[in-house]
Design a protein around this ligand. Structure first.
Ligand code: COA
Length: 267
């Protein structure tokens, strides 16, 4: 059970100019503490993506992120007693053009250890759902669900997601190799990662998860959107991890969740 959230407010952090804001640097520090080295991102990477939101696309890569409404939200939690950022969560909206719908992607979130266990992560998640719902209205595309990529050893995150209406999709999803400086880098080997999905609006219970099936077209489109918008892998026909993902879907009539469906299962 979490304690009350006195003195904590959440807000969307935006790009404010060429220089990083103090709040951004703190959010970057919190989200990059304690994660494996290859996933640590330089502050430039996300700051530049936030810039595109404010200033519009400049380069070809910017444009690949923007058409038809891609939106990225960095939500921060602040302690109002000292104005410090104490938690941050990143989410984005991915339009699925062939489906005429969109899905929300819950990317990473982290809370300062001194503030953990007070429901801040929950607040960051709820705020991200709200932003993603607003995006779907703005894009004029119905919101189909939410996805999250989860490392195989992150049992804590898997359990939290299961408690909140997500289950693991029965597919082999691959992340491209990632380099801290340059983002995706073909020199690093692709890595298997779990793809969790929560159908909108309320997700599934373990009992529902046993029976529900999705069209392979939907699942393929979700993966494609993640590769395009998160990893900016282009062209996708040359992406080995994306082609491996497609192979795991190939020839299937429908796709469901992967057992076990229990809320507290070890993935
Ligand atoms: C994991 C971590 C972010 C939790 O932060 P926290 O503020 O201590 O977490 P909370 O106090 O909000 O407890 C988690 C709550 O959020 C809820 N929650 C988690 N994911 C959720 C989601 N997607 N939607 C809605 N609620 C969610 C949980 O159910 C839980 O609520 P409950 O107490 O009612 O069951 C924190 O321990 C941390 O920073 N760890 C290191 C980074 C990390 O592992 N991040 C994993 C996510 S990428």
């Amino acid at each position: 059970m979490t304690q009350p959230l006195d003195n904590i407010v959440t807000e969307e952090l935006r790009w404010t100019g060429e220089e990083y804001s103090k709040d951004y640097l703190r959010a970057h520090e919190i989200t990059n503490t304690g994660i494996p080295e290859e996933f640590v991102e330089t502050p430039e990477f996300l700051w530049d993506r936030l810039r595109i939101k404010e200033q519009g696309a400049r380069t070809r890569e910017d444009k690949a992120l923007m058409p038809k409404g891609y939106d990225l939200h960095l939500i921060v939690a602040k302690d109002t007693t000292n104005g410090e950022v104490v938690g941050a969560g990143l989410g984005s909206s991915l339009p699925l053009t062939p489906m005429r719908g969109s899905v929300g992607l819950l990317c990473y979130a982290a809370v300062d250890p001194k503030y953990q266990g007070r429901g801040i992560h929950k607040r960051l998640s709820v705020e991200r759902y709200k932003k993603i719902e607003e995006d779907s209205q703005n894009f004029n595309l119905p919101l189909l669900g939410y996805v999250a990529e989860v490392e195989f050893d992150n049992h804590e995150e898997a359990t939290m997601l299961r408690k909140n209406g997500f289950q693991r999709l029965d597919v082999d999803f691959m992340q491209p190799g990632i380099d801290a400086e340059k983002g995706v880098n073909a020199m690093y080997p692709p890595e298997k990662i779990q793809l969790f999905y929560r159908p909108a609006p309320n997700g599934v219970t373990p009992e529902m998860a046993r029976h529900v099936r999705f069209s392979p077209d939907l699942i393929r489109a979700i993966g494609r959107a993640i590769f395009r918008k998160e990893y900016v892998e282009n062209p996708l026909k040359d992406s080995i991890p994306y082609q491996m993902y497609l192979e795991s879907i190939e020839g299937r009539d429908s796709i469901g969740f992967k057992p076990p469906y229990k809320v507290n299962s070890k993935n």
